[in-house]
Design a protein around this ligand. Structure first.
Ligand code: NAP
Length: 297
């Protein structure tokens, strides 16, 4: 007799969790207002006119409005000189009314990204990009957490998914997602963590061992059904715009996981869109509130 396979899984609803977080933050903003305290203020720097970046920034502005934060949008042409951009960052660093700010990536090719992100004051770095905030993940007092991995940790926490002692495999080792998440899962999650990347041999042999599999690569369909263990938790960070006339807006957002094949094998899985994506903005808001509380107790 063949073994029964449980095909029921829980869809991790990042949209709902981010709505819950926004409601919690709104309450805290009202509380601060009632106590005569400063309202959090997020500044956003956007360079150039890349369509995807504009969409991300629009979502961030909308989220600020929803929770009652003040916000400032600063736009610059994609021809701006690196030193001129550095001067603007310096101004925002010194502006006492701004609690947190972000420089939307990617930046034009003539600008050195790390020089720009490192220029941001770490206590206002609400994307958690600076080396200082990155390193603080392994300290006793983590500062502003890198937004996307922070969002992943928050999803696991709010769905009561146990990480302690679990075998976590992360596919993708970027500075933005995979690397900081691996440190958070070890430090805060007490998990056993493996990181896979482009040079990993026999990727499936690693992914099949995962109790919790996080994929952050940017290659739609990379993870197939036979690469996942029965009952695993699967978090798909990948977000790739795939264009085609069949899609309503001319494109569709695709994750790295072959959802239809993989989902029935899992216990929990995130969809794309609607999984990790909304959590990145929720993390940005949580970090901005935290920066404001730290700078203006
Ligand atoms: P990235 O900087 O390009 O990093 C991709 C990582 O994947 C690298 O570590 C790379 O390895 C690895 N990789 C490439 N091909 C691979 C393969 N065939 N097998 C295993 N690993 C492979 O990208 P990222 O910024 O981390 O973003 C990853 C994905 O997440 C993208 O789709 C991005 O759009 C998405 N993302 C989503 C959110 C969100 O809010 N939902 C936020 C951030 C990113 P090497 O290190 O060896 O090159």
């Amino acid at each position: 007799m063949s073994a029964m396979i449980d095909t029921s899984f829980t869809l991790i609803d990042g949209k709902k969790i981010s709505t819950d977080i926004k409601a919690e933050i709104s309450l805290k903003v009202v509380e601060r207002k009632n106590q005569g305290k400063k309202i959090p203020h997020l500044a956003i720097i956007l360079v150039g006119d890349d369509g995807a970046s504009q969409t991300y920034v629009d979502h961030k502005v909308k989220a600020c409005k929803e929770v009652g934060f003040h916000y400032t949008m600063m736009r610059f042409a994609d021809t701006i000189a690196e030193d001129k951009l550095m001067k603007h960052i310096d101004q925002v660093n010194k502006d006492q009314d701004v609690d947190g700010f972000i420089v939307q990536l990617p930046l034009p090719a003539h600008i050195t990204v790390e020089r720009i992100t490192e220029k941001i004051r770490s206590d206002k770095d609400v994307d958690g990009f600076t080396n200082h905030n990155f390193g603080s993940i392994i300290s006793k007092n983590p500062l502003l957490m890198p937004a996307t991995p922070f969002g992943v940790m928050e999803l696991l926490r709010r769905y009561n998914i146990e990480t302690e002692g679990k075998n976590c495999v992360i596919v993708g080792a970027s500075r933005l997602v995979g690397a900081p998440l691996s440190m958070m899962l070890v430090e805060q999650g007490r998990a056993t963590v493996t990181i896979c990347h482009k040079y990993t041999e026999d990727l499936a042999a690693w992914t099949r061992q995962a109790d919790i599999l996080v994929v952050a690569v940017g290659k739609p369909g990379l993870i197939k059904g036979d690469m996942v263990k029965e009952g695993a938790v699967v978090i798909d960070v990948g977000t790739t715009r795939v264009e085609g006339p069949q899609y309503k807006n001319g494109y569709s957002l695709k994750g790295d996981v072959e959802f239809k094949e993989v989902a029935p094998k899992t216990s929990f899985i995130t969809p794309v869109p609607g999984g990790v994506g909304p959590m990145t903005i929720a993390s940005l808001l949580m970090n901005t509130l935290k920066a404001c509380e730290n700078l203006n107790p």
